[in-house]
Unconditional design. Structure first.
Length: 233
């Protein structure tokens, strides 16, 4: 009997010690989004005319991995060449992405401009999209990045059209998405100025003469990297 009592005491002490250790562990807040990056957009986000590794969402994830700011998986991308804000809204409603992403980026609008759609429609639909993006980031605006619309007037395709008009309209659409982004208190990344460098460097343009190259997307990723590092701290 004394031996049994001793064994029982040891078991109780071990269980109590284990419980104390467990109690000291941080408990994951269920409201905090799981690690993961969702990129919403159009041809620029899906990387039309470049390989998957050259897409800017993939490049920024690789940069973060190199600096030990790990995301658990490759980026989730919801983007198709030719999509307008309306198309992206319909896709989100149909796909219903999980609202557990740690970072969400949004770049949309060039096809609104190209198709001659109104700025009033763009403002309304972009506002809804950004609200959805915030929801997909666990309702945390600080975990959302808006990227400005790049300027395709500097590409060979763009130069066959009215470049001054394209550039002016891109600027006008960007004024809208910037204003909405600031009102919603999300991060804003200006890639438009960077995209215009392609006017003097053909290496920044993809082989189709319209979209941007992996080298240019790398520049966008480097602009995003410090912001995403801050989010992932």
């Amino acid at each position: 009997m004394p031996q049994i009592k001793l064994i029982m005491i040891v078991i109780i002490l071990v269980l109590g010690w284990g419980a104390a250790l467990y109690a000291g562990r941080p408990v994951r807040d269920a409201r905090r989004p799981a690690a993961g990056y969702l990129a919403l957009g159009d041809s620029y986000t899906i990387g039309e005319s470049v390989g998957p590794a050259d897409r800017y969402p993939q490049q920024v994830v690789e940069m973060l991995k190199e600096s030990d700011h790990l995301l658990c998986r490759d980026p989730d991308i919801t983007a198709v060449t030719g999509w307008t804000t309306g198309d992206l809204l319909e896709a989100i409603s149909a796909i219903k992405p999980a609202s557990a992403h740690q970072v969400v980026s949004l770049l949309i609008g060039v096809n609104n401009q190209y198709q001659g759609r109104s700025q009033a429609e763009y403002r309304e639909q972009f506002t809804i999209l950004l609200q959805k993006a915030i929801g997909l980031a666990g309702n945390n605006p600080a975990h959302v990045l808006v990227l400005s619309i790049p300027d395709y007037s500097v590409t060979p395709f763009g130069r066959t059209r009215d470049t001054a008009l394209i550039a002016a309209q891109i600027d006008s659409f960007n004024q809208i998405n910037y204003g909405v982004a600031m009102a919603c208190k999300v991060n804003y990344i200006d890639v438009t100025a960077e995209s215009r460098r392609a006017a003097l460097d053909t290496a920044l343009v993809a082989g189709d003469g319209l979209h941007f190259s992996g080298k240019e997307y790398g520049h966008w990723a480097r602009l995003m990297e410090p912001v995403m590092k801050g989010i992932l701290q």
